[in-house]
Design a protein around this ligand. Structure first.
Ligand code: PMV
Length: 325
């Protein structure tokens, strides 16, 4: 049995929409911070047929189909490197991610699965190759293979490995914190896997893709490498709000943000203006607000988060990425 452990990551430049739906080739380049917790363990063993069980969640038929599709695609990809049969496995998932914390577990699960699969392959796969396998299950999972700050870059072709993960900087580069405020524990109605294929129906999506691929991703990388929080804040918030605008204007529209989200954003903006706090906000496919901050602002932001009535709070910092245990 092979076990790998991984964690979620939170995007600074969001992945939204595909160039190729089946291969999950990202329309735009993207970038995230890998968190230091909570983690997921995925154990695999060769078997006669595929079975997926989770210690913490009832697996639906839809879940199993997603694993089957992912493993079939991984096999197609591996055929180009070191042919390996991986479509029939016993997969056991043990997740420490609290349900309803608003942290997508798919990035952690599929990055751990890809890392575990790399242990079955008779070749030394690079992290870049493992990130391709992770991406076939969940686009954002490609980034959790890496510690620190992981990104996805695009090649012009539409091959199965046409979007690849890479590490912008490791976990020792900049110790940022993600203070997560969860206003709602309602299960979301439309997940990102169903939303991505509709992204091109937003009239503003093509321009978004162009802007990120032409300059925004690079601006974010530059801000990260220079540890320039002000620049990081500007580019991350612009990108997040633009992604939500595209989601809201696609067909059918997706509205993930709630009144509570907007209230928290307004308060954070006032607070940082008054106190000159290095804090930025970003949201994924849900009302959960991620407040990224430096050591300097951590205490103040954590205190603010815990003062929010009927919200759950979760704290994480930059993490080391997926590894075999
Ligand atoms: O990897 P997926 O299919 O869960 O898509 C992730 C989508 C967002 O969370 C909204 C953005 C991102 O880059 O993580």
């Amino acid at each position: 049995m092979i076990t790998a452990r991984s964690t979620p990551n939170i995007a600074l430049i969001k992945y939204w929409g595909n160039r190729h739906d089946e291969f999950r080739l990202c329309a735009n380049e993207n970038l995230a911070m890998t968190l230091d917790g909570p983690h997921v363990d995925v154990s695999i063993e060769l078997a006669e047929t595929l079975s997926v069980t989770s210690a913490n969640k009832e697996m639906t038929e839809k879940d199993t189909v997603r694993f089957q599709k992912t493993l079939n695609l991984i096999e197609v990809y591996l055929a180009t490197i070191a042919p390996t049969e991986v479509s029939n496995l016993t997969i056991t998932i043990d997740s420490q991610i609290p349900p309803s914390i608003g942290l997508a577990s798919s990035a952690a699960v599929f990055s751990a699965l890809a890392k575990a699969v790399s242990g079955l392959v008779d070749a030394d796969l690079t992290d870049e190759q493992i990130s391709v396998m992770a991406r076939l299950g969940s686009g954002s999972a490609a980034r959790s293979i890496f510690g620190g700050y992981g990104a996805v870059r695009n090649e012009e072709n539409l091959f199965i490995d046409g979007s690849k993960g890479w590490q912008v900087a490791d976990e020792h580069h900049w110790n940022l914190h993600d203070i997560i405020i969860v206003p709602s524990t309602e299960e979301k109605k439309v997940g990102s896997s169903e939303g991505h294929p509709k992204a091109w129906t937003s009239p503003d999506f093509a321009k978004r893709v162009e802007d990120i691929n032409n300059h925004r991703q690079q601006e974010c990388i530059d801000a990260l490498l220079a540890k320039d929080f002000e620049k990081l804040q500007a580019v991350v918030e612009e990108d997040c709000m633009e992604m939500h605008h595209c989601m809201q204007t696609q067909d059918p529209p997706l509205n993930y943000l709630s009144d509570e989200t907007y209230r928290i954003l307004d308060e954070v903006k006032s607070m940082r203006k008054a106190d000159h706090l290095p804090v930025l906000y970003t949201m994924d496919a849900g009302p959960t607000v991620h407040l990224f901050c430096t050591d300097e602002a951590k205490e103040r932001i954590t205190e603010y988060a815990h003062a929010q009535e009927s919200c759950k709070v979760f704290e994480a910092s930059v993490g080391q990425g997926a590894y075999l245990v």
